[in-house]
Design a protein around this ligand. Structure first.
Ligand code: AMP
Length: 191
Protein backbone atom coordinates (compact mmCIF):
# COMPACT_ATOMS: atom_id res chain seq x y z
CA UNK A 1 0.00 0.00 0.00
CA UNK A 2 0.97 3.60 -0.54
CA UNK A 3 -0.43 5.81 2.19
CA UNK A 4 0.18 9.53 2.14
CA UNK A 5 -0.75 12.38 4.44
CA UNK A 6 -1.25 15.55 2.43
CA UNK A 7 -0.60 18.30 4.93
CA UNK A 8 -0.78 22.06 5.05
CA UNK A 9 -2.67 24.99 6.53
CA UNK A 10 -6.19 25.90 5.39
CA UNK A 11 -5.97 27.28 1.87
CA UNK A 12 -2.67 25.58 1.05
CA UNK A 13 -4.19 23.74 -1.92
CA UNK A 14 -4.73 20.29 -0.39
CA UNK A 15 -8.11 19.77 -2.08
CA UNK A 16 -6.86 20.84 -5.51
CA UNK A 17 -3.72 18.74 -5.34
CA UNK A 18 -5.55 15.72 -3.84
CA UNK A 19 -7.70 15.46 -6.95
CA UNK A 20 -4.63 15.29 -9.15
CA UNK A 21 -2.85 12.83 -6.87
CA UNK A 22 -5.77 10.38 -6.67
CA UNK A 23 -6.17 10.47 -10.45
CA UNK A 24 -2.51 9.65 -11.01
CA UNK A 25 -1.86 7.16 -8.19
CA UNK A 26 -5.35 5.60 -7.85
CA UNK A 27 -5.52 6.19 -4.13
CA UNK A 28 -8.66 6.41 -2.01
CA UNK A 29 -9.19 9.99 -0.89
CA UNK A 30 -10.13 10.52 2.75
CA UNK A 31 -10.82 14.22 3.33
CA UNK A 32 -12.27 14.73 6.79
CA UNK A 33 -13.45 18.26 5.87
CA UNK A 34 -15.35 16.87 2.84
CA UNK A 35 -16.80 14.05 4.94
CA UNK A 36 -18.05 16.51 7.55
CA UNK A 37 -19.53 18.78 4.86
CA UNK A 38 -21.35 15.76 3.41
CA UNK A 39 -22.79 14.91 6.84
CA UNK A 40 -23.78 18.56 7.24
CA UNK A 41 -25.60 18.68 3.92
CA UNK A 42 -27.40 15.43 4.72
CA UNK A 43 -28.34 16.72 8.17
CA UNK A 44 -26.98 13.71 10.02
CA UNK A 45 -26.39 13.71 13.77
CA UNK A 46 -22.64 13.76 13.13
CA UNK A 47 -23.10 16.73 10.79
CA UNK A 48 -25.04 18.66 13.41
CA UNK A 49 -22.40 17.93 15.99
CA UNK A 50 -19.56 19.03 13.70
CA UNK A 51 -21.35 22.16 12.45
CA UNK A 52 -20.78 24.36 15.46
CA UNK A 53 -17.06 23.64 15.50
CA UNK A 54 -16.64 24.02 11.74
CA UNK A 55 -18.51 27.28 11.46
CA UNK A 56 -16.31 28.85 14.11
CA UNK A 57 -13.09 27.49 12.63
CA UNK A 58 -12.40 25.18 15.57
CA UNK A 59 -11.46 21.51 15.38
CA UNK A 60 -14.11 18.84 15.77
CA UNK A 61 -13.23 16.70 18.85
CA UNK A 62 -10.68 13.96 18.20
CA UNK A 63 -12.92 11.02 19.12
CA UNK A 64 -15.51 12.09 16.54
CA UNK A 65 -12.96 12.52 13.73
CA UNK A 66 -11.09 9.34 14.61
CA UNK A 67 -14.28 7.25 14.61
CA UNK A 68 -15.27 8.61 11.21
CA UNK A 69 -11.85 7.87 9.67
CA UNK A 70 -11.74 4.37 11.17
CA UNK A 71 -15.05 3.60 9.50
CA UNK A 72 -13.77 4.87 6.12
CA UNK A 73 -10.59 2.77 6.33
CA UNK A 74 -12.59 -0.31 7.24
CA UNK A 75 -14.93 0.23 4.29
CA UNK A 76 -11.96 0.26 1.89
CA UNK A 77 -9.92 -2.83 2.71
CA UNK A 78 -8.72 -3.98 -0.72
CA UNK A 79 -7.26 -0.73 -2.02
CA UNK A 80 -3.82 0.28 -3.24
CA UNK A 81 -3.60 3.06 -0.68
CA UNK A 82 -5.06 6.17 0.89
CA UNK A 83 -4.44 9.86 0.69
CA UNK A 84 -5.39 11.57 3.93
CA UNK A 85 -6.35 15.21 3.41
CA UNK A 86 -7.03 17.46 6.40
CA UNK A 87 -6.29 14.52 8.71
CA UNK A 88 -4.51 14.00 11.07
CA UNK A 89 -4.78 17.49 12.54
CA UNK A 90 -3.69 16.64 16.09
CA UNK A 91 -1.07 14.28 17.49
CA UNK A 92 -3.73 11.94 19.03
CA UNK A 93 -5.28 11.67 15.55
CA UNK A 94 -1.85 10.78 14.08
CA UNK A 95 -1.36 8.12 16.76
CA UNK A 96 -4.81 6.67 16.14
CA UNK A 97 -4.14 6.55 12.40
CA UNK A 98 -0.91 4.68 12.99
CA UNK A 99 -2.85 2.13 15.04
CA UNK A 100 -5.55 1.59 12.40
CA UNK A 101 -2.98 1.12 9.65
CA UNK A 102 -0.96 -1.27 11.79
CA UNK A 103 -4.04 -3.49 12.05
CA UNK A 104 -3.98 -3.91 8.27
CA UNK A 105 -0.17 -4.28 8.17
CA UNK A 106 0.25 -0.85 6.68
CA UNK A 107 1.74 2.49 7.61
CA UNK A 108 2.02 6.09 6.46
CA UNK A 109 4.78 6.12 3.86
CA UNK A 110 5.20 9.87 4.07
CA UNK A 111 3.72 13.26 4.76
CA UNK A 112 3.76 15.71 1.85
CA UNK A 113 3.43 19.19 3.31
CA UNK A 114 2.41 22.20 1.21
CA UNK A 115 4.30 25.25 2.44
CA UNK A 116 2.50 28.56 1.87
CA UNK A 117 2.96 32.00 3.51
CA UNK A 118 0.19 33.30 5.79
CA UNK A 119 -0.59 36.36 3.65
CA UNK A 120 -1.14 34.10 0.67
CA UNK A 121 -3.43 31.81 2.73
CA UNK A 122 -5.61 34.69 3.90
CA UNK A 123 -5.96 36.03 0.36
CA UNK A 124 -6.80 32.59 -1.05
CA UNK A 125 -9.40 31.77 1.62
CA UNK A 126 -11.19 35.09 1.21
CA UNK A 127 -11.24 34.58 -2.55
CA UNK A 128 -12.55 31.00 -2.14
CA UNK A 129 -15.24 32.34 0.20
CA UNK A 130 -16.82 34.24 -2.69
CA UNK A 131 -17.81 30.99 -4.38
CA UNK A 132 -17.35 28.08 -1.94
CA UNK A 133 -20.44 28.82 0.11
CA UNK A 134 -18.41 27.76 3.15
CA UNK A 135 -19.30 29.70 6.29
CA UNK A 136 -15.73 29.28 7.53
CA UNK A 137 -14.26 31.03 4.45
CA UNK A 138 -16.41 34.13 4.75
CA UNK A 139 -14.76 36.50 7.18
CA UNK A 140 -11.29 37.37 8.35
CA UNK A 141 -12.00 36.56 11.99
CA UNK A 142 -12.90 32.93 11.19
CA UNK A 143 -9.98 32.64 8.80
CA UNK A 144 -7.60 33.94 11.46
CA UNK A 145 -9.04 31.46 13.99
CA UNK A 146 -8.37 28.60 11.58
CA UNK A 147 -4.80 29.73 10.96
CA UNK A 148 -4.28 30.09 14.73
CA UNK A 149 -5.75 26.62 15.39
CA UNK A 150 -3.43 25.26 12.71
CA UNK A 151 -0.40 26.77 14.49
CA UNK A 152 -1.42 25.67 17.96
CA UNK A 153 -2.89 22.21 17.38
CA UNK A 154 -1.85 21.00 13.96
CA UNK A 155 1.82 21.96 13.44
CA UNK A 156 2.88 19.39 16.11
CA UNK A 157 1.65 16.75 13.63
CA UNK A 158 4.39 17.86 11.22
CA UNK A 159 6.92 17.42 14.02
CA UNK A 160 5.51 13.94 14.69
CA UNK A 161 6.29 12.85 11.11
CA UNK A 162 9.60 14.76 11.01
CA UNK A 163 10.77 12.74 14.00
CA UNK A 164 10.05 9.58 11.99
CA UNK A 165 11.94 10.94 8.95
CA UNK A 166 8.68 11.06 6.96
CA UNK A 167 8.26 14.80 6.35
CA UNK A 168 8.50 16.03 2.73
CA UNK A 169 7.98 19.76 2.27
CA UNK A 170 6.84 21.17 -1.08
CA UNK A 171 6.68 24.89 -1.86
CA UNK A 172 2.97 25.55 -2.39
CA UNK A 173 2.92 28.86 -4.28
CA UNK A 174 2.99 28.98 -8.07
CA UNK A 175 1.33 27.19 -10.95
CA UNK A 176 -0.88 24.25 -9.90
CA UNK A 177 0.84 21.85 -12.32
CA UNK A 178 4.30 22.89 -11.24
CA UNK A 179 3.41 22.26 -7.58
CA UNK A 180 1.86 18.94 -8.57
CA UNK A 181 5.07 17.89 -10.36
CA UNK A 182 7.07 18.67 -7.23
CA UNK A 183 4.61 16.63 -5.15
CA UNK A 184 5.02 13.70 -7.56
CA UNK A 185 8.80 13.81 -7.14
CA UNK A 186 8.28 13.37 -3.40
CA UNK A 187 5.68 10.62 -3.84
CA UNK A 188 7.95 8.69 -6.21
CA UNK A 189 10.64 8.77 -3.52
CA UNK A 190 8.21 7.00 -1.14
CA UNK A 191 7.46 4.05 -3.39
P1 AMP B 1 -11.13 21.50 5.89
O1 AMP B 1 -12.06 21.31 4.75
O2 AMP B 1 -10.06 20.44 5.94
O3 AMP B 1 -10.56 22.90 5.95
O4 AMP B 1 -11.99 21.31 7.22
C1 AMP B 1 -13.07 22.16 7.53
C2 AMP B 1 -13.39 22.06 9.02
O5 AMP B 1 -13.78 20.72 9.33
C3 AMP B 1 -12.23 22.36 9.95
O6 AMP B 1 -12.07 23.76 10.18
C4 AMP B 1 -12.68 21.61 11.20
O7 AMP B 1 -13.71 22.31 11.87
C5 AMP B 1 -13.29 20.35 10.61
N1 AMP B 1 -12.25 19.30 10.44
C6 AMP B 1 -11.83 18.76 9.26
N2 AMP B 1 -10.89 17.84 9.47
C7 AMP B 1 -10.69 17.79 10.82
C8 AMP B 1 -9.83 17.04 11.65
N3 AMP B 1 -8.95 16.16 11.15
N4 AMP B 1 -9.91 17.26 12.99
C9 AMP B 1 -10.78 18.14 13.50
N5 AMP B 1 -11.61 18.90 12.78
C10 AMP B 1 -11.58 18.72 11.43
Amino acid sequence: MLNIVLFGPPGAGKGTQSEKIIAKYKLVHISTGDLFRKHLSEGTELGLLAKKYMNEGHLVPDEVVIGMVKEKINENRMVSGFIFDGFPRTVPQAEALEGFLKQINAQINGMVALEVTEDELRARLLERGKTSGRADDQDMEKINTRIQVYHNETTPVAEYYKAKGKYHGVYGIGAIDEIFNNICVEIESLK
